[in-house]
Design a protein around this ligand. Structure first.
Ligand SMILES: [Zn+2]
Length: 199
């Protein structure tokens, strides 16, 4: 961990940032005029939990075709060690595999705070998840908006899924963005320090 500023709740700046985000989250009242608000707000609460645990502020839920929340998870990359694959969506899809759901997959919606990365997006395609809704676009790491860059077989699979930003208020989207990108530079340094500790 040489030369790496640790993410720690003991630092005043980080504590203040967390408190600010938590206050905004607790004060937010969801707007029923936007159909994805309730699920999106729950995703944001999951993202807050991830941030409090020193991970990226990202959360995900799986919703049935009848609007029932089936599964949830949040980012756990730095929780109890280093797990580069443990994005919110990956944890959720691991649960999905374990449950052996007998569901109409065309009706399933994966809702995420942050546009999924290639790894998570392709896993959602592999499971035939019908819809993907993300609160915040991510032009640096996200793949939902750049499907045409996938290999042909994956592009074909992607035709079975709809992908779009969640229908939520601008205020909630701004909050989700601040959660997702809080301390991002420090998290990236921490990640690189794990895989290239001598650099
Ligand atoms: Zn991912």
């Amino acid at each position: 961990m040489s030369g790496l500023p640790p993410i720690s709740a003991s630092t005043a700046r980080w504590r203040a940032r967390l408190n600010d985000l938590k206050q905004r989250l607790n004060a937010y009242r969801y707007d029923p005029a936007f159909p994805d608000e309730a699920g999106a707000l729950h995703c944001c609460r999951l993202a807050m939990t991830a941030l409090e645990q020193g991970c990226r502020g990202a959360g995900a839920i799986l919703i049935s075709g009848h609007g029932q929340m089936l599964l949830q998870d949040h980012d756990r990359v730095f929780l109890g060690g280093f797990h580069p694959h443990r994005h919110a969506e990956m944890g959720l899809l691991e649960q999905f595999e374990g449950r052996g759901f007998d569901l109409d997959r065309t009706g399933l919606t994966l809702m995420t705070t942050l546009e999924p990365c290639p790894m998570c997006l392709c896993r959602s395609l592999g499971h035939g998840i019908g819809h993907l809704r993300y609160l915040v676009a991510d032009s640096e790491e996200g793949m939902a908006q750049t499907i045409e860059q996938l290999p042909p077989a994956w592009r074909e699979l992607a035709r079975l899924q709809t992908r779009s930003p969640a229908d939520i208020s601008p205020e909630l989207r701004a909050l989700a963005k601040d959660l997702a990108f809080a301390e991002q530079a420090q998290l990236q340094r921490r990640f690189l320090n794990h895989i290239r500790p001598d650099n």
